[in-house]
Design a protein around this ligand. Structure first.
Ligand SMILES: Cc1cc2nc3c(=O)[nH]c(=O)nc-3n(C[C@H](O)[C@H](O)[C@H](O)COP(=O)(O)OP(=O)(O)OC[C@H]3O[C@@H](n4cnc5c(N)ncnc54)[C@H](O)[C@@H]3O)c2cc1C
Length: 404
C-alpha cells in the first residue's frame, strides 16, 4: 500500500459549508493555506437540489468573507406567509435572492481557488478512521493522513456515518420541481414575491411549501417545493404524519401545474439537534452534516456561518496543540448561530404540529395587522427578517444580477 499523503487540514465536501470553512481558515490561519485540502466528490458546476434562496443572513456571511457572488438571480422584494386562505405579507427590499445553486457554488469554489486553496474535484471520500496521529482518509483516488478533518459533506455525510457520530432525530425530507413560467402574466414575477405556504401543516406535514421565481440557464422558471421537518413526534392517532408526495402533488395541481410535465426530485436536510454529536478528536462536522434550520430548511447561510466557528476551533486546536474538540458543541450553542437555530426550532416545534388551529389562525391575523415596527422586531428576533429595512418599494420588473 502506498504511503498516505500528509495534510494538516482536510475538508470533505465543496458545498457552501466546506468552501466557506476553507475561506475562513485562510483568513484565520494563512500560514496553513498550503496544508489545506478540499475534497469534493463532484466537479463544479455540479447539480445541487435546492430552493436557491439566499437570505439577508446569507448575504451577511458573504460580506464577512469579503465576497460578492455575482451570478444570475431573481431578487425578491415581498415575502408572503400563507396559512389556509390567509396571507401575511411583508415588503422587504431585497429580502432574498433566488440563485441557481450550481452557479453559486461554482463561484464560491472559484473564490476558494483564487485564494490559493487546493480543491480536488471528482475525489470522493470512501472511508475515514482514527489513527494515532489524527485521521486517515481513504478516497476514490488515494489515501491521506490529516491532523484535522472537517465533515462538510452534506445531509448524508459519510464522515458522520463512518465515525458513527450519534445523530438520533433530525432529518427532514424535501421534494422539488421546476416549472417554466411566463413572467409577463405571473403575479409572483410581477411583484417579485416568494411564497411560503404553511397550509400543509393542516394535513400533518411539519413544514411548508414554497414558490420561488428563478432563472435556470437564463430562462424564467418557478422553483416549487415542499419541506417536512419531522421535528415533532408523530401526533397519531389525532394527527398522523401526512403523505408528503401526495400533499405536494395536490398542492401543485391546485396551482395548475401539469404533473405530467414535471420531474420530481427529493433530498434530505439535517436540522440542528443539540442532542446530536458534532465532533470527535481531530474531526468536526459542519453545515448539513451537523444540522441547519428546522423551520425553513435554510442551510446555505447557516452552512457558511458554521465555517467561521469551525475555523476558530481549528485555530485554537493548533495554538494549544489540543485536537479533542470537546468544546465545539458548546461553542456552537453559545454562538449566534446556535441561538438562532434554537429559536427557529422553538417555532417549528410549536407551529408544525398544528395542535391549536384557532390560536395559529389568530396569530396569523394579528401578524397581518401588526404595526411594521412590531413585525420587524419579531422577524429579526427569530432571524426571519433583516433587523432593519426600508419601507415598501414599488414593484418593478425582476432584477437580474450579473450574467454568471
Ligand atoms: C429541495 C431543497 C431545497 C432547499 N432550499 C434551500 C433554500 O432555498 N435556501 C437555503 O438556504 N437552503 C436550502 N436548502 C438547504 C441547503 O441546500 C443545504 O442546507 C446546503 O446545501 C448545505 O450546504 P453544505 O455545504 O453543508 O452541503 P451540500 O450543499 O450538500 O454540499 C456537500 C458537498 O459535499 C460533497 N460530498 C458529499 N459526499 C462526499 C464525499 N463522500 N466525498 C467528497 N465530497 C462529498 C457533495 O458533492 C457536495 O458538493 C434546500 C435543500 C433542499 C434539499
Amino acid at each position: 500500500m502506498s504511503t498516505p499523503i500528509q495534510r494538516k487540514i482536510i475538508i470533505v465536501g465543496g458545498g457552501p459549508t466546506g468552501l466557506a470553512t476553507a475561506l475562513h481558515l485562510a483568513r484565520q490561519l494563512p500560514e496553513l493555506v498550503d496544508e489545506l485540502l478540499v475534497l469534493e466528490a463532484a466537479e463544479h458546476p455540479r447539480p445541487k437540489l435546492c430552493g436557491g434562496g439566499v437570505t439577508f443572513h446569507g448575504e451577511e456571511q458573504l460580506r464577512q468573507l469579503g465576497l460578492s457572488i455575482n451570478v444570475p438571480a431573481f431578487v425578491v422584494n415581498k415575502l408572503v406567509f400563507r396559512l389556509g386562505q390567509r396571507d401575511f405579507s411583508v415588503q422587504v427590499p431585497q429580502a432574498m435572492r433566488i440563485i441557481e445553486r450550481q452557479l453559486f457554488d461554482a463561484a464560491l469554489a472559484q473564490a476558494v481557488q483564487a485564494r490559493g486553496i487546493t480543491v480536488h474535484s471528482n475525489e470522493k471520500v470512501l472511508d475515514i478512521h482514527p489513527t494515532p496521529e489524527g485521521v486517515g482518509v481513504c478516497t476514490s483516488q488515494g489515501t491521506y493522513q490529516a491532523q484535522v478533518v472537517v465533515g462538510a459533506d452534506g445531509a448524508n455525510s459519510v464522515v458522520r456515518r463512518k465515525l458513527n457520530l450519534k445523530a438520533e432525530a433530525g432529518v427532514a425530507r424535501l421534494l422539488r420541481v421546476l416549472t417554466p413560467v411566463a413572467p409577463e402574466i405571473d403575479g409572483s414575477w410581477q411583484q417579485q414575491t416568494a411564497v411560503f405556504d404553511f397550509s400543509c401543516i393542516q394535513r400533518g406535514i411539519q413544514g411548508y411549501s414554497w414558490d420561488f421565481p428563478c432563472y435556470i440557464a437564463g430562462r424564467p422558471f418557478m422553483n416549487r417545493g415542499i419541506f417536512d421537518s419531522r421535528i415533532a413526534p408523530n401526533q397519531a392517532p389525532k394527527r398522523p404524519h401526512g403523505n408528503l408526495k401526495q400533499t405536494f402533488w395536490e398542492g401543485l395541481a391546485a396551482r395548475n401545474v401539469n404533473l405530467d410535465d414535471v420531474q420530481l426530485e427529493g433530498h434530505p436536510v439535517r436540522w440542528f439537534n443539540p442532542q446530536a454529536e458534532f465532533a470527535r478528536p481531530h474531526v468536526l462536522l459542519a453545515g448539513d452534516a451537523a444540522g441547519v434550520d428546522p423551520l425553513f430548511a435554510e442551510g446555505i447561510s447557516y452552512g457558511m456561518e458554521y465555517g467561521r466557528i469551525v475555523a476558530h476551533q481549528i485555530k485554537q486546536a493548533f495554538s494549544h496543540n489540543d485536537f479533542r474538540f470537546d468544546q465545539y458543541k458548546r461553542a456552537l450553542q453559545a454562538d449566534q448561530l446556535g441561538h438562532l437555530l434554537r429559536r427557529r426550532a422553538f417555532i417549528a416545534q410549536h407551529l408544525f404540529p398544528y395542535n391549536q388551529p384557532r390560536l395559529y389562525q389568530l396569530i396569523w391575523r394579528l401578524a397581518t395587522i401588526a404595526p411594521l415596527a412590531l413585525q420587524q422586531t419579531f422577524g429579526a428576533f427569530f432571524g426571519l427578517l433583516p433587523p432593519r429595512w426600508e419601507t415598501a418599494v414599488s414593484p418593478s420588473a425582476p432584477v437580474k444580477i450579473g450574467h454568471g
